[in-house]
Design a protein around this ligand. Structure first.
Ligand code: DAH
Length: 339
């Protein structure tokens, strides 16, 4: 019996020498110290012995068990130490190595200019409204006095989704949506994508960006319109820029105007960019037509408004001297990384 237990212990010691992982160790631990191990069996069988025998055998078995437990716990200590060392070696961090450069993406120039424009208007107390890219003919045309056979419909080559839905051709849709939902005073801008079925070339893209502006309140007049837009242009392009308002026609404003700014390139002398005129056309604007106000249940006797709209892409191109609109949409990093 004693010899058997001695052998068992020696066996365990031998086998533990070859163990290098926690899994292998665990297998041996169950074999030698687990519930079904020989040692446990011997302890269970003690009841078959007489009182005196039980005392002396029990003492011996417990001694062996103690030695066994010691050697097992020493072994697992070693294994864990070795594993930790290995891990430390593998995960060594050399802070003297040169770092890996992380290439950050950055904003498209359209976004850069849009952020700038939004800041200017937010500082003047405007808030931002959004509208859907797919809208009904009503919001895109009728509500803005552009009826079925109006020439303005054919001027804006429209993508139709179905008989009544279009990809909005301008952001003026948001004027209507805002006036339907909010009562004056209203003071909003609304930037967003617009769509026209134009062929893609250096100055046309079927998708481009516009910004709409709308102010409705009591006693609003054309001076507010001019003052606001001049302030915007001067903040954006510098105090030396001159502005000029030319009478124009839009169905949803009366009176209507276009605003021109003195050419940034030739400073008004006349060049190829401004086609010799010294001025560049930059936006459309006017006093909101009373019919448009009434359609949105705003009393046109009591309230007046002004509105304006312009192409953001055009602003970007003018600001940075970009001559081809396609560059703004091609996502070519050689181009984009210059901004
Ligand atoms: N929606 C017009 C366009 O796309 C631009 C415009 C002109 C907007 C006059 C306005 C405005 O708000 O008052 O050509």
């Amino acid at each position: 019996m004693k010899e058997k237990l001695h052998n068992l212990f020696n066996h365990a010691v031998e086998q533990l020498k070859n163990v290098s992982t926690v899994d292998e160790f665990e297998e041996l631990r169950i074999k030698y110290l687990g519930k079904k191990s020989e040692l446990s069996q011997v302890l269970k069988d003690l009841k078959n012995f007489s009182q005196e025998e039980r005392a002396s055998i029990g003492k011996f078995v417990n001694e062996i068990k103690g030695k066994m437990e010691n050697i097992f716990s020493e072994t697992i200590e070693n294994i864990k130490n070795v594993e930790m060392e290995k891990k430390l070696k593998e995960e060594v961090l050399d802070i003297t190595l040169p770092g890996k450069k992380i290439r950050l993406g950055h904003k498209n120039p359209i976004q850069i200019v849009l952020d700038e424009i939004q800041d200017i208007f937010l500082n003047m107390g405007f808030s931002i409204e959004e509208g859907p890219d797919i809208d009904t003919e009503y919001y895109n045309f009728e509500a803005l006095n552009i009826y079925k056979d109006h020439p303005a419909r054919s001027e804006q080559d429209t993508f139709y989704i179905d008989d009544t839905h279009v990809l909005r051709t301008h952001t003026s849709t948001v004027q209507i949506r805002t006036m339907e939902n909010k009562k004056p005073p209203i003071k909003i801008i609304s930037p967003g994508r617009v769509y026209r079925s134009d062929a893609l070339d250096a100055t046309h893209s079927p998708v481009f960006y516009q910004m709409e502006g709308l102010v409705v309140d009591k006693d609003i007049n054309m001076a507010h319109l001019k003052g606001t837009l001049e302030k915007f242009i001067k903040t954006m392009f510098g105090d030396n820029i001159k502005t000029k308002f030319r009478a124009h026609y839009f169905p949803f404003t009366e009176p209507s105007a276009e605003m021109d700014v003195s050419c940034f390139v030739c400073k008004g002398k006349g060049c190829s960019i401004c086609k010799g005129s010294g001025y560049i056309e930059i936006l459309g604007c006017g006093m909101v037509h009373p019919d448009v106000l009434e359609r949105c249940e705003i009393n046109s006797e009591e309230y007046r408004g002004f509105a304006f709209g312009f192409g953001i892409d055009r602003m970007v191109m003018l600001k940075y001297g970009i001559e081809d609109i396609r560059l703004l949409y091609e996502s070519d990093l050689r181009f984009l990384s210059q901004f």
